[in-house]
Design a protein around this ligand. Structure first.
Ligand SMILES: CC(C)(COP(=O)(O)OP(=O)(O)OC[C@H]1O[C@@H](n2cnc3c(N)ncnc32)[C@H](O)[C@@H]1OP(=O)(O)O)[C@@H](O)C(=O)NCCC(=O)NCCS
Length: 174
C-alpha cells in the first residue's frame, strides 16, 4: 500500500465523505452491494451520520490519501444472543484510481483484526463473477461455504453470490 495512505475508523464527522463514497460505490458497482443508489441517495445526512458507529464492536474503516477518503470496509456483529459470536464484513469499496495497490487487502485485513477482538466467525458475501473481490477475500483466508443463487436482483438480471466465512478462532490458534 502506498506510503501516504492511512487507514482509520470513520467518525460521525466523516459523514459527508462517507456518503459521497458510499453513493459512488452503489452507483458504479450496483451488483456488488445489497443496498442500492435509489434507496440511499435520498437519505438525509443526519441518517447517514447516525449509521457511523461511535462505540462498540460495529465499525467502518476508511482508507485516506491525505484527507481524501478513497476506500472503506464495514463490520457489524449479529444482534441476537445466539448469534453474537458472529460478525459480517460489508460495504467493501476502493475508488477505481486506487485499485490494485493493495488498498482493498489492507482494509479487509483491518476488518479481520478488529473482528477477531469481538467475534469468532466472520462472514462475507461476494458476487460469484466478482473476481477482484473474491481474490482479495480468498487471499486473506476467507473460505466459501455455499452459493446463494439469485441473491441480488437488478431489473431483470439476477446475480449469484458466494458465501464466505473466516474462522477467527482457528486463525488465532494457528
Ligand atoms: C474488490 C476491491 C475492493 C479490491 O480492491 P483493490 O484495492 O483493488 O484490491 P487489492 O489491490 O488489495 O488486491 C487484492 C487482490 O486482488 C487482486 N485483484 C485486484 N483487482 C483485480 C482485478 N480487477 N482482477 C483480478 N484480480 C484483482 C490483486 O491482484 C490482489 O491479489 P494478490 O494478492 O494475489 O496479488 C475493488 O476492486 C472494488 O472496490 N471493487 C468494486 C466494489 C466491490 O466489488 N466490492 C466488494 C463487494 S463484496
Amino acid at each position: 500500500m502506498s506510503a501516504n495512505l492511512s487507514i482509520r475508523l470513520l467518525h460521525p464527522s466523516d459523514a459527508q465523505a462517507y456518503r459521497d463514497l458510499r453513493l459512488e460505490a452503489l452507483k458504479s458497482s450496483p451488483a456488488a452491494f445489497g443496498s442500492s443508489y435509489e434507496e440511499e441517495s435520498p437519505l438525509p445526512i443526519q441518517t447517514i451520520k447516525a449509521r457511523i458507529p461511535v462505540s462498540g464492536p460495529n465499525a467502518i474503516f476508511g482508507a485516506f490519501s491525505d484527507k481524501a477518503l478513497v476506500g472503506m470496509a464495514g463490520f457489524a456483529v449479529y444482534e441476537r444472543m445466539k448469534a453474537r459470536h458472529k460478525g459480517v464484513m460489508w460495504g467493501v469499496f476502493v475508488k477505481p484510481d486506487w485499485r490494485k495497490q493493495a488498498v482493498g487487502k489492507a482494509l479487509v485485513q483491518q476488518v479481520i483484526d478488529h473482528a477477531s477482538r469481538h467475534v469468532i466467525m466472520l462472514e462475507a458475501a461476494v458476487g460469484l463473477a466478482n473476481e477482484s473481490a473474491r481474490r482479495t477475500y480468498h487471499s486473506l483466508g476467507f473460505r466459501p461455504y455455499g452459493i446463494e443463487r439469485k441473491a441480488i436482483r437488478i431489473g431483470d438480471t439476477f446475480y449469484d453470490e458466494e458465501l464466505l466465512y473466516l474462522d477467527l478462532a482457528r486463525l488465532a490458534g494457528a
